[in-house]
Design a protein. Structure first.
Length: 508
């Protein structure tokens, strides 16, 4: 047994005294106050008898234990409230899903009332802080959940309590748009905000953790059918447009995210067939808010995709088998076609930045998946070892090989996207944003280069100038201008040139 000397014991009780003395006086009064602290350097302390010291130590022991019991009780009460809080948030999402139209209209009316009050009297904004502290609708619930579910234990509890199916349901286009007047801009913006928050919360809760990787493909259709008492929810992914109605084997976070991008491509095709092009709204257009809200949703959706796909082979196989890679590349290229030269500068320059930010995030996701597959393939001794079992969810058909996965992200569209991101319009989005996009695109070009060069050589024979070489050299020429007024300091310039040279080495 460990021997505790009198000196050790004395130091411990004096430490307790110092800690307790930091409490406010009113807190100490509840314990009857603190006894005087004997100092071993004082004449009085040196004359303390054993009985006097024992009285001091017993008194401190009682105070300390009482305080620890209070803290433990407080902690237990707070922990006990967490499941209750999560249940409240889940119930709020469920109530919204049960009456989407009523919930949306109520939120829009509330927002319009606040806006009118602020316009009538600027001082009325003083009450907003109180409202923001309260969770009164699904938007508030999602904002709070996105913060709470960053904690692994909270994310696990949220899933255990049955919140995942309701959160995933918010991604379904039809859940909201079937109850939305598409001519009401406020409603459309609100729907995009809700779906963006849902996607953000999904991405945060999964957080690339292997333990939660199965959630990506978890079929939630049966839970939703039970909630809605509607068999149409089971095994179907529904559309509001008239072009097509597809049926999937399950409704999962991954399938609904793919579907949302597929629906956007379908809408763009309809617009083009009707003789119109989807372009950035004009600087005076009332649809700027709608465009921005949709662009924000797409950014959050890519964030969710990244959390669900990175380090998750079953989800990657499903994503590629559903042509998710192709859909994402087509949408990114289509989004970039919205940007129209210097006329987009000004108010819509911010919208153009969102478009390029989205395309940059898409490219980064493709780069990460390819890099992950290549690295894992190098670690495996035989082809197919990277296939994970049933715990990740069911994937129809045979698993794809590593080469097939890489090929899905090095198609002509993906290769074109990577090179296009090397020449963003600096006159529209600004020189700094343009430089950052080029820098991130360069790393993607280096990763995708082997596949893209192989593709070009297979289609056209071995090229005289390797794929991507001229474009990357052009970037190097642009950055290799010491003494120019491009705003680059010498250290950053060297770092950029080092990055470019590394990519050129891969390409050559």
């Amino acid at each position: 047994a460990t021997t505790i000397t009198g000196e050790t014991l004395r130091r411990d009780y004096e430490m307790m005294h110092r800690v307790m003395s930091q409490l406010p006086p009113e807190e100490l009064e509840r314990f009857g106050g603190l006894p005087a602290l004997p100092s071993p350097n004082s004449t009085v302390s040196s004359k303390l008898t054993d009985a006097q010291r024992e009285i001091f130590e017993e008194r401190m022991e009682r105070i300390w234990q009482s305080r620890q019991e209070e803290l433990a009780k407080l902690q237990n009460e707070n922990v006990a409230d967490l499941p209750s809080m999560l249940r409240d948030r889940i119930e709020m999402i469920r109530d919204h899903l049960m009456d989407v139209g009523g919930s949306l209209n109520l939120m829009v009316e509330r927002r319009r009332a606040v806006q009118e009050a602020e316009e009538d009297d600027d001082a009325s904004g003083g009450n907003d802080d109180d409202d923001e502290m309260m969770v009164i609708d699904v938007v508030d619930a999602l904002r709070d959940l996105e913060y709470q579910l960053a904690d692994v234990d909270m994310a696990r509890d949220f899933h255990t309590l049955g919140g995942w199916p309701y959160l995933v349901a918010l991604l379904d286009d039809d859940v909201h748009y079937a109850s939305t007047d598409e001519d009401d801009e406020d409603l459309v913006v609100l729907v995009n905000e809700i779906r963006a928050l849902a996607a953000m919360t999904i991405g945060t809760s999964v957080s690339n953790l292997g333990e939660f990787s199965g959630w990506a493909l978890e079929d939630v259709s049966s839970e939703l059918a039970a909630m809605m008492m509607d068999e149409a929810w089971v095994g179907s992914t529904r559309h509001t447009n008239d072009t097509a109605t597809t049926t999937a084997t399950s409704s999962s976070a991954l399938s609904l995210l793919i579907q949302s991008f597929e629906n956007e491509l379908s809408l763009r095709s309809q617009q083009m067939a009707g003789g119109s092009m989807a372009v950035l709204p004009s600087a005076t257009s009332s649809s700027d808010a709608t465009y921005k809200s949709r662009a924000t949703y797409k950014l959050r959706a890519v964030y969710a995709l990244g959390s669900l796909l990175r380090g998750n082979p079953p989800a990657q196989h499903y994503f590629v088998s559903r042509d998710g890679a192709g859909i994402l590349a087509r949408d990114a290229l289509g989004t970039l076609s919205n940007v129209r030269g210097p006329s987009a500068v000004g108010k819509n320059g911010a919208l153009a930045k969102l478009d390029y930010k989205f395309a940059s995030k898409v490219l980064a996701l493709g780069e990460d998946i390819v890099m992950g597959v290549v690295l894992k393939e190098g670690e495996e001794k035989k082809e197919g070892d990277d296939v994970v079992g049933d715990e990740g969810g069911a994937v129809e058909g045979d698993f794809l090989t590593a080469n097939q996965l890489v090929a899905a992200f090095t198609t002509e569209r993906w290769c074109d996207l990577s090179l296009r991101m090397l020449v963003p319009p600096s006159d529209v989005i600004g020189a700094t944003a343009s430089r950052g996009i080029k820098e991130r695109a360069l790393t993607a070009v280096g990763v995708l280069a082997p596949g893209c060069q192989r593709l070009v050589n297979e289609e056209n024979g071995e090229a005289v100038v390797p794929w991507g070489l001229e474009e990357v050299r052009s970037v190097r020429s642009e950055w290799n201008r010491e003494g120019s007024d491009d705003g680059l300091d010498s250290v950053y310039r060297r770092e950029l040139l080092h990055l470019v040279d590394g990519v050129l080495e891969v390409l050559q």
